[in-house]
Design a protein around this ligand. Structure first.
Ligand SMILES: CC(C)(COP(=O)(O)OP(=O)(O)OC[C@H]1O[C@@H](n2cnc3c(N)ncnc32)[C@H](O)[C@@H]1OP(=O)(O)O)[C@@H](O)C(=O)NCCC(=O)NCCS
Length: 401
């Protein structure tokens, strides 16, 4: 008999996390486990038991996620794994069911995750809600398209100082873009600024741009020196770089692009509307490779739809299918920015994962229709839905969790 419930102590927590850690090299050390449970409380780490043994686990960080026009509580689904001895016996399905019910009871209207494979989570109502990509830019192509007058100064800072001066810049990003989760103090310290043991020989660098008396941008990066027949083939890896203003964003990227000695600058998790595509003279040389980013699941459909902003006051009626969270099933009218149940004639019929895809504004209803994921029941309904849901700038989740 399979039972899924929240882990209740450090031992259960560790064995539940081992569901995924199996595939990443081994169980967490006591120290890793204690750190991890500071950002993922025991009660948010579900464990699957069979015959008294833990055979899988699924966690959900307590996030606040930016959505168009605001923020919402969000289950940040993470460390999902099933022991190889128990795969394909319904353990994941049982964990997803319990976790979604738990998030619903906690009043978290949405859940979000990064998928290890695109075929796993659609069946549980998650849809691709943002696109992201990576770049590999050869240093010779690092020029901007237009003359750029440098402003401010960039300085190396310690992680301790970063802990106080970086969060306001991140918070600006969160206010500007959907798809960004709030980083708590612990998150900053334990997951972004702390030096992992394996980096001790070549630690990440932290830099801040000071402009007009305040920190307006920062970057975290690493350098990997290498030579081939006396010529540098070094790699500069940008872990993150953000500016609070367009000038500050351009400044911090100019700083990174100008660093000596690297042959290739790598960065990942960039949105497709990143200013770099327009700043650079040769954007083709970024060799941008795009894929799926954040996946979103509407846990409480009414609260989720009512919790974001729209373009204008129009209305639209959805006929929603949701086999996993039946409380979402049925006909919903979005009107004046609020969603409620209705008996009115439906304009669009769709599975809940398609609505999750459209939710942050990255995937249009037109694309979903053309990709045969939704049914347009009334002429013009897709255009009307896109007019309401479309959002700029596009969602950007800059960190895999
Ligand atoms: C992916 C994983 C969690 C699936 O767990 P599981 O217990 O084997 O899955 P279930 O038996 O509950 O399967 C539920 C459904 O998902 C499908 N499914 C499971 N894993 C899948 C995969 N990797 N790709 C496609 N479909 C998958 C099953 O076929 C089943 O479909 P059905 O409902 O139509 O019958 C597990 O194999 C695992 O831990 N893999 C390695 C770690 C990993 O990828 N974790 C995900 C991190 S984001």
């Amino acid at each position: 008999m399979l039972e899924v419930r929240a882990s209740s102590d450090a031992d259960e927590f560790g064995r539940a996390v081992y569901g995924i850690a199996q595939y990443f090299g081994g169980p967490l050390t006591e120290e890793q486990q204690s750190r991890f449970s500071k950002v993922l409380p025991f009660e948010r780490m579900h464990a699957a038991f069979e015959g008294g043994q833990i055979v899988g686990g699924a966690g959900a960080f307590p996030f606040e996620l930016s959505v168009p026009g605001g923020t919402l509580p969000c289950g940040g689904v993470t460390v999902v794994g099933v022991y190889p001895t128990h795969r394909r016996r319904g353990v994941l399905r049982a964990m997803m069911d319990t976790q979604l019910r738990d998030l619903h009871e906690r009043g978290e209207p949405i859940a979000a995750l990064w998928a290890s494979e695109e075929t796993i989570y659609g069946r549980f109502g998650y849809g691709i809600a943002s696109w992201t990509g990576e770049i590999k830019l050869a240093r010779v192509w690092n020029s901007f398209a237009r003359p750029f007058e440098r402003q401010g100064t960039v300085r190396l800072v310690t992680p301790e100082e970063g802990a106080t001066i970086f969060p306001p810049v991140w918070n600006t990003l969160m206010a500007e873009r959907p798809g960004v989760f709030q980083r708590t103090k612990e998150w900053w310290e334990l997951r972004r600024l702390r030096m992992p043991d394996e980096e001790k020989a070549n630690p990440r660098r932290f830099v801040a741009l000071e402009l007009d008396g305040s920190t307006q941008a920062y970057a975290i990066y690493r350098q990997f020196p290498e030579f081939d027949e006396g010529v540098s083939t070094a790699r500069l890896e940008v872990l993150e770089a953000f500016g609070a203003t367009p000038q500050a964003t351009a400044e911090i990227w100019r700083f990174l692009l100008d660093i000596d000695w690297y042959a290739t600058l790598d960065a990942s998790l960039l949105p497709i509307d990143h200013p770099l595509f327009v700043l650079l003279a040769n954007p083709r040389r970024l060799r941008f490779r795009m894929g799926d980013g954040l996946w979103v699941r509407l846990v409480d459909l009414g609260a989720a739809l009512s919790g974001r902003a729209y373009n204008g006051e129009g209305s639209i009626v959805f006929e929603v299918r949701d086999a996993v969270c039946p409380w979402n099933e049925g006909r919903w009218k979005l009107d004046g920015g609020g969603a409620s149940r209705t008996d009115a004639v439906a304009d669009i019929a769709l599975d809940v994962d398609a609505l999750g895809s459209a939710y942050l504004g990255a995937v249009s209803f037109a694309q979903l229709r053309d990709g045969r994921r939704i049914e347009e029941l009334q002429d013009g309904a897709v255009q009307q839905a896109d007019a309401l849901f479309g959002w700029r700038p596009l969602p950007w989740c800059p960190e895999i969790f």
